[in-house]
Design a binder for this molecule. Structure first.
Ligand code: DHE
Length: 629
């Protein structure tokens, strides 16, 4: 309250007191004294209030000062905290940058390319020609080992080791360097190629197959009966591998009737059921149809079914003879069905899938051998990496939607090649890396047995005969064992021997590729084309089929050494009186097909000519059409 107001209030109080004290009975009052007292007390109160106000003012000033100090302190502290945090952040950023730089410095340099672009293209071609068949286009291994950079590193294989193996061969792998197939520069290039990342293989679609199809001679322009003068059923189709051709040779006169162009590194041929046509498959997937009824047998149709293939067969069941053909592709992994008379593509079925339906997904899941049943409208298609045998029913292909029935049987991995037993009811297929032979009953469409044999069985189509003690048997040789396994195939007549190795023959070497016999020959004949010892590459051995205890007769084929050739693939003529073998030499040197008497084993003829370049497989029309082996 202000001072004037206070004095005024006090005066009012005094006056009020005076008025209230007036009356008859009130004592007399000293007003002056009272006023003075009031004045005094008012002054005192005023002084008190003043001093209280001053104290309060002082207190407020002190509080203000204190607050200002506190604010200043807080600001100081906050500034310090911000500065510290900023410093810390800057340090962290610097440390992170340093760590990133160090990490970058510690990282291995982007691996220097081991090949120029040109060398890479050359490497791809050499790999396709010589290596992909066993190791796979993705190099994950099958008959051969995994040779991806990772697979090689895991096994500690450096470049020097790889060069040694490519030069000298190992196990079933040919000595590419020593055989003169790859020179030292190419060996070096391939050692760098396999240490480089695997290139992505190209695609091939149904559209590409359609575009590649060429019908050279329409069906109605072909002869209606055989035009040649000889016995066309005794013609031989001889593969001239490295020039991509097939020679048609008259089996009676040994005259070469024509040499026709077929696929790259032509691999096998198969006959139509009536024998009139040869279906020829090249490693590049090119399928050629040769008409043997023409005066000069020639190609009447061709189509490129895929980019890498090994097998082909036609439809052989009654009513479907020669109606369809099917090709087994390595890449893209598929089977391709075509018209049997024109090769017009009909259906492409991928075989990519799962390891025996349960394991890893397999992108490179190649089709190995295919055989055509005589007892049902079915093909037996062997899917290598997945270890599956597909029984494929082609009888409904003409219906809406082109239905193709596929029954999948899970068997052994790395199915490769095989053939029929003598009744053509049972099919025996070698799963080479699993060291087994799988048996299928095609009458019932059922799995029968898995028979352990030697290392890397390689039967070709195998050999059938009737043994005096074991009854009907089928045999396979081996690439990595010096053994021939003889298996009983007669569950009804000889149940104790059926689906067992009844006899394991010792051979003088490993490296056998093909064994063959004929009912009119007493001999079982084996080559040793991929033997590690060069003398054995040129050697044939023959066992007496009826007395397996006898030592085999073995001999080096004359002239093979001089020609730098390996001996490969035996084939009997229609009558079974002679068998032919190829001298597989170099691309610039004509060699020969040597003809032996099927009883005496004497050389009786030699088919020569400029055209005999790198002969490999030979297929007699009658024996191939009827699956006689
Ligand atoms: Fe063949 C059959 C795959 C190397 C000559 N060969 C087969 C079959 C397959 C196969 C899947 C069964 C076909 C059928 O019955 O439907 N062959 C392979 C390969 O993957 C492999 C190991 C490596 C490659 O790169 O191709 C291979 N084959 C060879 C050769 O080096 C041979 C000796 C000569 C060539 O062609 O290069 C060769 N293979 C043959 C022959 C047959 C055969 C002659 C058929 C034998 C028969 O009597 O039916």
């Amino acid at each position: 309250m202000n001072r004037k107001l206070l004095v005024f209030v006090l005066l009012l109080l005094v006056a009020a007191t005076l008025i209230s004290c007036g009356g008859d009975k009130a004592p007399a009052v000293d007003v002056g004294a009272t006023v003075s007292a009031v004045q005094k007390s008012a002054d005192a109160a005023l002084a008190d209030a003043k001093s209280a106000a001053q104290a309060a003012q002082k207190e407020a000033a002190a509080a203000k000062e204190e607050a200002a100090a506190a604010v200043a302190q807080a600001k100081k502290e906050a500034d310090a905290a911000v500065a510290a945090a900023k410093k810390e952040a800057e340090e962290a950023i610097a440390a992170a940058e340093k760590a990133a730089e160090e990490a970058k410095a510690a990282q291995p340099e982007e691996p220097e390319a081991l090949l120029t672009d040109e060398e890479m293209e050359q490497g791809k071609q050499i790999f396709f020609n010589h290596c992909a068949g066993c190791h796979g286009v993705l190099r994950k291994g099958a008959t051969g080992k995994n040779i991806t950079p990772e697979g090689l590193a895991e096994r500690g294989r450096d470049q020097d080791f790889i060069k040694t193996i490519i030069t000298n061969g190992f196990g079933g792998m040919p000595a590419w360097g020593n055989l003169g197939i790859l020179n030292a520069d190419e060996v070096d290039l391939m050692s760098r190629f396999v240490l480089s990342p695997v290139p992505e293989p190209p695609a091939w679609l149904f559209e590409d197959i359609k575009n590649s199809w060429t019908l050279k001679v329409p069906v109605d322009e072909r002869p209606t009966k055989p035009q040649g003068s000889g016995d066309w059923e005794n013609y031989f189709g001889v593969i001239l591998r490295d020039v991509g051709k097939v020679a048609i040779v008259d089996g009676d006169t040994k005259e070469m009737l024509n040499v026709v162009n077929t696929g790259f590194a032509t691999h096998i041929l198969r006959s139509s059921k009536d024998g009139r046509y040869f279906y020829v498959i090249g490693r590049d997937g090119k399928l050629s149809l040769i008409d043997l009824w023409m005066e000069k047998p020639d190609v009447v149709a061709e189509t490129r079914t895929c980019l890498d293939a090994r097998s082909v067969d036609s439809s052989k069941f009654e009513g479907f003879e020669g109606k369809y053909a099917v090709v087994g592709c390595y890449w893209p992994s598929a089977m391709v069905v075509v018209d049997g008379q024109t090769l017009e593509p009909i259906k492409m079925v991928s075989t990519q899938g799962y390891d025996r339906s349960q394991g890893d997904f397999i992108r490179e899941n190649r089709v190995a051998a295919i055989v055509s049943s005589h007892l049902s409208p079915e093909w037996i298609v062997n899917v290598k990496e997945a270890g599956q045998i597909w029984v494929v029913d082609y009888s409904n292909l003409e219906k809406e939607g082109r239905p193709l029935g596929i029954k999948m049987l899970d068997t052994e991995r790395y199915l490769h090649d095989g053939g029929w037993d003598s009744t053509k009811r049972y099919f025996l297929e070698a799963a080479n890396t699993s060291k087994t032979v799988v048996v299928l009953d095609t009458k019932e469409g059922e799995y029968v047995a898995t028979i352990p044999v030697g290392d890397k069985p390689h039967p070709g189509r195998g050999a059938n005969w009737n043994h005096p003690e074991y009854g009907p048997v089928w045999a396979t040789g081996h690439i990595k064992d010096n053994k021939i396994a003889i298996i009983g195939t007669d569950p009804e007549g000889h149940p104790d021997q059926a689906w067992k190795v009844v006899k394991m023959l010792e051979t003088p070497s490993m490296g056998n590729l093909f064994i063959k016999t004929h009912e009119n020959s007493p001999w079982l004949i084996a080559d040793f084309t991929v033997a590690p010892v060069p003398e054995m590459n040129r050697t044939l051995c023959a066992w007496d089929k009826n007395d397996l205890e006898k030592e085999p007769k073995c001999w080096e084929v004359e002239g093979a050494e001089e020609l730098g050739a390996r001996v490969v693939h035996q084939e009997f003529n229609k009558a079974g009186t002679e068998f032919w073998v190829s001298l597989w030499g170099k691309i610039d040197t004509p060699t020969a097909i040597v003809v032996y008497d099927a009883t005496t084993l004497e050389e009786i003829d030699r088919i020569v000519g400029d055209w005999v370049i790198t002969p490999t497989g030979k297929f007699n029309v009658y024996n191939t059409a009827n699956d006689l082996y």
